[in-house]
Design a protein around this ligand. Structure first.
Ligand code: NAD
Length: 247
């Protein structure tokens, strides 16, 4: 069931990692609320497929691990669609790597695709939000680092870092009425995840969760909509765990 919010009509919303999975569901959810949605991703093919049937969903191809591309894409987006009212820092990569096998370049890359661009884009959108004395930023974390999933040390460092980033930004930007929160999803059954897992994983997931169904990307999208809306106007600096109650 989708709630209708009046907050986003004609407002410029950026969603990163919008070509697939959770980001795609979030971008479509904001588009349904009549926002002007900048859908950012490195995956040009799926990005165009995502945007094709939606007049208010604009594909922007960008490698978020490259600060120069992030800056130039932001400048282009603002020139085309105006100042940003809501930023959803969703893009990320959960590449498994043992710390003993990983090079310093691997480490740097994992931090750049999972944490750095969230800080950079937040800094880029903040001045206009400050000027208008309103704005919402949502950063995607994960419960993986809380649950100690294996061989994901760089991912854990980045996703735990997202919580610190969120609290730092909430404190700095709160006086300008800009709210900054994080979402930490549990196991979400995106298309990518569905292609990787088997019946055993599905059963194990249901066992682990209080709620006995699989979390969909749309479940995360509905949380993002609510958190970005005025319904959550007094919530900032928080991490909302959406994991169907993992015990
Ligand atoms: N699916 C889950 O179970 C789960 C659980 C916890 C957290 N998360 C987090 O949610 C977010 C979305 O995950 P997902 O499962 O939908 O993943 P996904 O792989 O389906 O989608 C991620 C998107 O990010 C894009 N992306 C990756 N690197 C990029 C780059 N350098 N520049 C631009 N775009 C880039 C990809 O092309 C892709 O479209 C991620 O931050 C992930 O860590 C997912």
């Amino acid at each position: 069931m989708t709630t209708t919010y009046t907050d986003f009509k004609q407002k410029h919303v950026i969603v990163t990692g919008a070509a697939n999975g959770i980001g795609q569901a979030i971008a479509l959810a904001f588009a349904e609320q009549n926002a002007v949605v900048g859908a950012w991703d490195i995956d040009e093919e799926n990005l165009r497929r995502t945007c094709i049937d939606h007049d208010n969903l604009y594909p922007l191809v960008c490698d978020l691990s490259d600060p120069k591309q992030v800056a130039s894409t932001h400048a282009l987006a603002v020139a085309k669609h105006g100042e940003v009212s809501t930023l959803i820092n969703n893009a990320g990569v959960d590449r498994r790597m043992s710390i003993s096998e990983q090079s310093s370049q691997d480490w740097r890359w994992m931090l750049s695709v999972n944490l750095d661009h969230q800080a950079q884009l937040s800094a880029l959108v903040a001045p206009a939000m400050k000027q208008h004395n309103t704005g919402a930023i949502i950063n995607m974390s994960s419960t993986a680092w809380m649950k100690l999933a294996e061989n994901l040390t760089a991912y854990h460092a980045a996703k735990a870092g997202v919580i610190g980033l969120t609290r730092g930004l909430a404190s700095e930007l709160g006086p300008y009425n800009i709210r900054v929160n994080a979402i930490a999803p549990g196991r979400v059954i995106t298309e990518r995840v569905a292609n990787l897992v088997d019946e055993k994983w599905i059963e194990e997931t249901k066992q682990l969760q209080c709620l006995k169904y699989l979390i969909s990307p749309e479940d995360i999208a509905q949380t993002a909509l609510w958190l970005a809306s005025q319904s959550a106007r007094s919530i900032t600096g928080q991490t909302i765990i959406v994991d169907a109650g993992v015990t």
